[in-house]
Every structure is written in C-alpha cells, then in structure tokens.
Design a binder for this molecule. Structure first.
Ligand SMILES: *[C@@H]1O[C@H](CO)[C@@H](O)[C@H](O)[C@H]1NC(C)=O
Ligand SMILES: *[C@@H]1O[C@H](CO)[C@@H](O)[C@H](O)[C@H]1NC(C)=O
Length: 389
C-alpha cells in the first residue's frame, strides 16, 4: 500500500505540476509578480527542522502591503505520507522528502495570488507557502538522529518562528490553511497556531481536502487505521495529537476527524469533494485493478463501484455534519471528483465557476459576513468537472 501511495504521489502531485507549469507559462494570466522565491528558516538547521533527507525546511513568502500589512495567510503544502524506512527512504529522493528538489521559485495562485481580480480578499496579505518534505503532515518528532529524519513538527515550528519574526507577531488577521496531508496538518496545528498569536483579533483555519475519515463501518477501515497508526509510530507523532482525544481512546485514532474536530476551539473551514479522489483512490480497494480503472475513468465504473463511491460520500457527509456542527465552522462540499483545490492541486483543474464559489465562500466565512455551510445533497454520483482551460 505504501509503495502505491508513493507512486501515486509522484503521479498526482508532480506530473500535474509540470503540466500546470507549461500551461501557465503559455497563459496570458501569468503575472511576473506572482513568482516567489524560496527561503530557509533561520533556525532550520539549529532546531533540526529538516526534511526526510536532512536538507533544511523551506517556504515561500510574499510581503503584505496596504491594509493587508498585518494580515497573514499560511498554506501548508501536502503530498501524502510515508510510514516506514523503506517508503521514507524512497521519498528522500523525491519532492516530498527533500528541499533540494523544491523549485527555486513558486508561482502563487488562487488564495495566494497577488492579483486582486483572482484573489480579491487576500491579495495584499502576507502570504506563505510552506514546502512539504516530512511526509508526516508536519507532525513528526523523533528526538534521536535517524535516517530518514522525522522532524515534521519542527519544520512547522521553525517556519512559524521565522514568520513571527517577520511581523506575524503583530498579526491582526490570520489564516492557517493547507491541502491534503497539509490540510490534515492544518486541522491538527490549528489551535497551536492560534496560541502563537494570542493578540490577533481573527484567526481561523482552512482545511482543503484534509478530512481523511476513518469511516469505521466502510470497507478498508482496518487498513486506514493501520496505515495511520504506522505513520504516527514511525514519525513519533503521538505527542502532537490532541490530548483531549488521546486521553480518551487509542491515540492512533486521534488523527481521524471523527475523534478530534469537536474539540478544536479555533473556527475551521472544510473544503471537500464528496468524492475525494485521494481517499477513494488510496484508501479503498487499493489492490483491486478494476477499481484502479474506475477511479481513473469514471465512465467504466460498475454499478457496484459507483455504490462504493456513494457510500463513501454518505459517510463523509455524515461525519462532517456530526463533528462540524458549530455555526462558526465553514463547510463547502461539492460533487466534482477530485482532491484538493489550490496551488499545484487546483490551479489547472478547478473550473472558474467552482473557483469563484470557493473564494467567495471562504471570504464570507472568514470575515463573518455570513455563516457558510453548503453541502451538495442532490448529486449522488461523482461528476467529472475537469476543465483544463
Ligand atoms: C518586506 O517587509 C520588510 C519589513 O517591512 C522589509 O524590510 C522588506 O524589504 C520587505 N520585502 C520586500 C520584498 O518587499
Ligand atoms: C475527466 O474528463 C477528462 C476530459 O474528458 C478525462 O481526460 C479524464 O480522464 C476524466 N477523469 C475521470 C476520472 O473520469
């Protein structure tokens, strides 16, 4: 399973990136000012904030300006997990395990864009893209020197220290966000992030495709449980799981939203596809070749496979409704089959209409213009909303 996730990570994260890059450089929408240089936090090496391969943590940063000068938007990049020496060693040679393979410059899109027409609410905020290279959702914390290194939580801390120094300590408004494994990291670091800036007036967290459910009554539940238990054990992540949960039950279950979201104090927004591509691809029937055909081409799915997808959707929506029942929680669940909506995972493949809806929803929720909880309850089958223009 780990091997598969590895290969898929390359396929689903790196290839779209290259295609995206080619398309962007051909597109008239590309604005020179959205290219952003890579930075290493000052304390990365001294604090042991290193990637799997021992290279230092990195991030990309844009200064805020005008009335955005004291506002901060942080985005935690995702890219799956590794759970053992074998898988993590392989990852030291790819994008998700080393900063040596991160691009020197990153093109900021969506909620990170400098373009007011694309990003009307956050374009002049301080914007940060944290590069993912620990493969533990920023939770790893093994003291001893190991190879591969397991220091995801230190990466989070070191970057935050740098940002506080750069002015985040005076933040008035702030958002911690992230996609996929970074969206899960966002959920788990949300209250910790809040406590870093106690004087800020409005702090919220936005998890994009980070709601990885246990769904204990659905096929593959034991596999999902084992996978995350291995991840937690390998990376020494238990101490970064919420105590409100780990004191109540088996700590390995405290990575699933079912068991942790209710106790998070800081307002959260969940942006999800009801047919999350990653969860369906990786966490269900991952060894069945007919399933692999279906999830890469919805047209060939059998009625039974479609039923599996519907069951997943029902479980995801039920879980969200149960745990995210405070009016301060934002929810947007749509029915486009996909995984992730921003930056590398989103820019090329999210239709302009969906993008606009997402931006509006996030801004309305963040600024308390209205509470926002919208779940597509009508569409019971996955829609292919891929639009490459
Ligand atoms: C960002 O802001 C800091 C502090 O105001 C300033 O020193 C720095 O030159 C700015 N950097 C850029 C690239 O504008
Ligand atoms: C969605 O449609 C596109 C374009 O027609 C196609 O290339 C892609 O394979 C489809 N994806 C799925 C999962 O069916």
């Amino acid at each position: 399973m780990e091997k598969r996730i590895q290969t898929m990570a390359e396929h689903w994260f790196i290839r779209p990136l290259i295609i995206c890059f080619l398309m962007m450089t051909m597109s008239s929408q590309v604005r020179g000012s959205d290219w952003t240089n890579i930075i290493t936090p000052k304390t990365a090496i001294s604090n042991g904030a290193v990637c799997l391969d021992g290279s230092p943590a990195t991030y990309y940063f844009r200064n805020g300006s005008g009335d955005g000068i004291d506002n901060w938007l942080i985005y935690l990049e995702g890219g799956g997990w590794c759970t053992s020496n074998k898988g993590c060693l392989e990852r030291t040679k790819i994008y998700t395990g080393t900063s040596t393979l991160k691009p020197k410059r990153m093109y900021f899109t969506d909620i990170l864009s400098e373009d007011q027409t694309i990003n009307p609410d956050f374009y002049n905020w301080n914007r940060v893209f944290v590069a993912y290279c620990d493969s533990s959702s920023y939770l790893g914390d093994v003291e001893a020197n190991t190879y591969p290194n397991r220091r995801g939580a230190r990466i989070f801390d070191s970057v935050m220290e740098d940002l506080l120094d750069k002015g985040m300590k005076n933040a008035k408004n702030a958002i911690l966000s992230g996609g996929s494994a970074g969206g899960l990291g966002t959920i788990l670091h949300c209250d910790g992030f809040r406590s870093l800036i106690p004087k800020a007036s409005r702090v919220k967290c936005l998890s994009d495709a980070g709601f990885f459910i246990h769904a204990k009554n659905l096929h593959g539940a034991q596999e999902r449980e084992r996978f995350f238990a291995n991840m937690i054990a390998y990376h020494g992540a238990t101490k970064h799981l919420p105590a409100s949960c780990t004191t109540k039950m088996n700590a390995n279950l405290c990575i699933f939203p079912e068991n942790i979201v209710k106790d998070i104090q800081t307002p959260l927004f969940f942006l999800e596809s009801a047919f999350d591509g990653h969860q369906l691809r990786e966490h269900y029937f991952s060894n069945d070749p007919t399933w692999t055909n279906c999830i890469s081409n919805l047209k060939v799915c059998t009625p039974t496979q479609l039923q599996t997808m519907k069951d997943f959707r029902t479980a995801l929506i039920k879980t969200l409704r149960e745990v995210a029942n405070s009016p301060s929680t934002g929810i947007l669940v749509h029915s486009c089959y996909r995984h992730g909506h921003f930056m590398d995972q989103g820019w090329c493949t999210t239709s302009p209409a969906l993008r606009k809806k997402i931006n509006q929803a996030i801004a309305d929720w963040y600024f308390d213009r209205r509470s926002f909880q919208e779940i597509d309850t009508h569409t019971e089958s996955p829609r292919n909303c891929t639009k490459l223009t």
